[in-house]
Design a protein around this ligand. Structure first.
Ligand code: GTQ
Length: 342
């Protein structure tokens, strides 16, 4: 039913020159580029980063570039559809692997984009957010929401690596991305809120005594996440839990959402087609996924991505735990998040 739209070549040369000079262009030859029929036409391609391939390069970065010369010592995971150097893993999600060596600190700064760290390996790392010292253990999710000061440190003896997920591409696109630098923060002498204030599901600090913070919980310890997934999956098939703000029940950040998934060995998961893009980080386990027909074989600590509306089949060859990073919260706010049955 779609009519063939006119092309640029059909138009007389003098008219095209005159439009150029006037700084205008006809919409109709470009219409389907920006408004394709039925579904978007993503630039993003399924991409996969094997941790065993990236880790040696990260360790070498530790030898070549002192943290003082890097501010953040990060290797950026670039979407294959955009090419190496692209600061996008999907249209809206930036991913990087960050290395901190024993005794190092990464200076305090604050920026407009929000970040989440997913700890990949090592012990003794920590992030200070708005004065609160957050320990970083493998699989932990640590938030540094936009507008909150944060610095990183390392009190252990082996390298610490984490995966950074930022909504940086959105802020760059909006010409809203910038940072301010400052001195390392004094640390509050108390355990983080996940340990003392929101330790048990269904309990929160008494309303009479508290001034609710916008981001009340900054760390989601993996030990608790894994225990919750195991309890759920013990009574059925695969389990998936959303990470939420314990005060509002909403997503942990304005633009990015996170889930924890558990699949039993031999299990297959076929989620609906989603308008959100996604990245998967393998906390533990091994398997493969077919993303739009492309096979990605994944192992522990690997990361892979799927474009919007991708057909995704996961096969767990071993018991597997994945963290899914997605941009549904942003799409919800823009009013177009959608799922399609397959
Ligand atoms: O740790 O604050 O991967 O500001 C990119 C930008 C990490 C960070 C990144 C950042 C950070």
């Amino acid at each position: 039913m779609s009519t063939q739209l006119g092309t640029l070549e059909e138009l007389p040369a003098d008219y095209r020159r005159a439009m150029d000079e006037a700084g205008v262009a006809p919409l109709w030859p470009m219409m389907r580029n920006v408004l394709p029929h039925g579904a978007p036409n993503p630039v993003t391609k399924p991409s996969h980063w094997a941790y065993e391939a990236v880790r040696p390069l990260l360790i070498r970065a530790g030898e070549l570039t002192p943290v003082e010369k890097a501010e953040r010592r990060v290797l950026v995971l670039s979407d294959q559809g955009r090419g190496v150097g692209a600061m996008q893993a999907t249209a809206s999600i930036y991913l990087g692997l960050q290395l901190l060596l024993p005794g190092e600190t990464a200076p305090a700064h604050v920026h407009t984009p929000s970040a989440v760290r997913i700890v990949v390996e090592g012990q003794g790392g920590y992030t200070v957010v708005d004065g609160e010292k957050l320990p970083m253990e493998e699989g932990d999710l640590v938030l540094t929401p936009g507008g909150e000061w944060h610095d990183h440190g390392h009190e252990g003896t082996e390298p610490v690596v984490w995966l950074d997920a930022l909504d940086l591409p959105v802020f760059v696109y909006l010409e809203g991305s910038y940072a301010t630098e400052g001195p390392l923060q004094p640390q509050r002498n108390r355990p983080d809120a996940s340990e003392v204030e929101y330790r048990a599901a269904g309990l929160a600090p008494s309303r009479s005594a508290m001034r609710a913070r916008r981001y009340p919980m900054m760390r989601y310890p993996w030990a608790k996440t894994e225990a919750a997934l195991r309890a759920m999956a013990a009574h059925g098939e695969s389990a998936e839990l959303d990470f939420i703000n314990p005060e509002t029940g909403e997503d942990v950040l304005p633009t990015m959402g996170f889930t924890a998934m558990m699949m039993h060995a031999g299990e297959v998961a076929k989620p609906p087609l989603r308008s959100a893009s996604s990245a998967f980080h393998v906390v533990q386990g091994r398997g493969h996924s077919r993303i739009n027909g492309e096979k990605i074989e994944w192992g522990p600590k690997d990361t892979f991505t799927a474009p919007v509306f991708a057909q995704i089949d996961h096969y767990a060859e071993e018991e597997s735990f994945l963290i899914r990073i997605h941009d549904r919260p942003l799409q919800d706010k823009l009013g177009y998040y959608e799922e399609r049955v397959r």
